[in-house]
Design a protein around this ligand. Structure first.
Ligand code: ADP
Ligand code: 5GP
Length: 197
């Protein structure tokens, strides 16, 4: 298997992206996870430096002015997320493929930047109602945060066509299998991109 490939996962919040990304990371596909910086607080079992780099808004803004981000977005009002250039370099230096978990705007920007070197995957929920059910069942966010995420989801769904493939996450086992197959095929057949340049 060749190394240095990029795979991007994007979806409205609650679609199951993190679940699918964690599954892919557990397989023997030589992936390094691009740990984003965020100004939101950790939730559940999340750990700094593993799930995210949890930083203050001031630190985030300093990194913007120092041009440390490949891309960044104010995904929700007052809540910033960004992909650090240093993460891409770290993972490339390790000789690994890179897995990104970013919002739909960030995902389409990274895809535009890397073109055919990247596989952009959109995870689609069966419906907005199911999205809400999942966020409620996950029990990691308060009512207001869930409302904010649901309100945004309809617009986020309109980005699906900008992605290389759409996986509908209805039955989780089916979606995991499809993600595994599509990503493995991309890693095996796409051109080598050493250094991710
Ligand atoms: P995201 O990262 O897109 O916000 P998560 O992976 O955290 O979404 O999934 C949201 C919640 O839905 C989690 O509690 C997860 O266990 C659950 N979930 C994921 N996929 C499915 C599915 N196919 N059916 C039911 N629940 C699911
Ligand atoms: P959450 O708060 O649920 O972890 O993430 C909210 C949204 O922000 C998700 O769609 C997630 O993929 C996205 N996100 C996480 N990291 C980044 C990043 O580095 N850049 C962008 N643009 N979005 C991100």
């Amino acid at each position: 298997m060749k190394d240095g490939k990029l795979v991007i996962f994007s979806a409205p919040s609650g679609a199951g992206k993190t679940t699918i990304v964690k599954h892919l990371l557990s397989l023997n596909l030589n992936f390094g996870f691009s740990i984003s910086a965020t100004t939101r607080k950790p939730r559940g079992q999340e750990q700094n430096g593993k799930d995210y780099y949890f930083i203050s808004v001031d630190e985030f803004k300093l990194k913007i002015s120092n041009e440390e981000f490949l891309e960044w977005e104010e995904v929700y009002p007052g809540c910033f997320y960004g992909t650090l250039k240093s993460e891409v370099e770290r993972i490339c230096k390790n000789g690994q493929n890179i897995l990104f978990d970013v919002d739909v705007v960030g995902g389409s920007n990274i895809k535009t930047y890397y073109g055919e070197k990247a596989l952009a995957v959109f995870i689609q929920p069966p419906s907005i109602q199911e999205l809400e059910n999942r966020l409620l069942a996950r029990s990691t966010d308060c009512q207001d945060v869930i409302k904010e995420r649901i309100a945004k989801a309809e617009h986020e769904m309109t980005y699906a066509d900008l992605f290389d493939i759409i996986i509908i996450n209805d039955q989780l086992e089916v979606a995991l299998q499809e993600a595994e197959e599509k990503v493995s095929e991309f890693l095996e057949t796409s051109p080598d991109t050493k250094n991710c340049g």
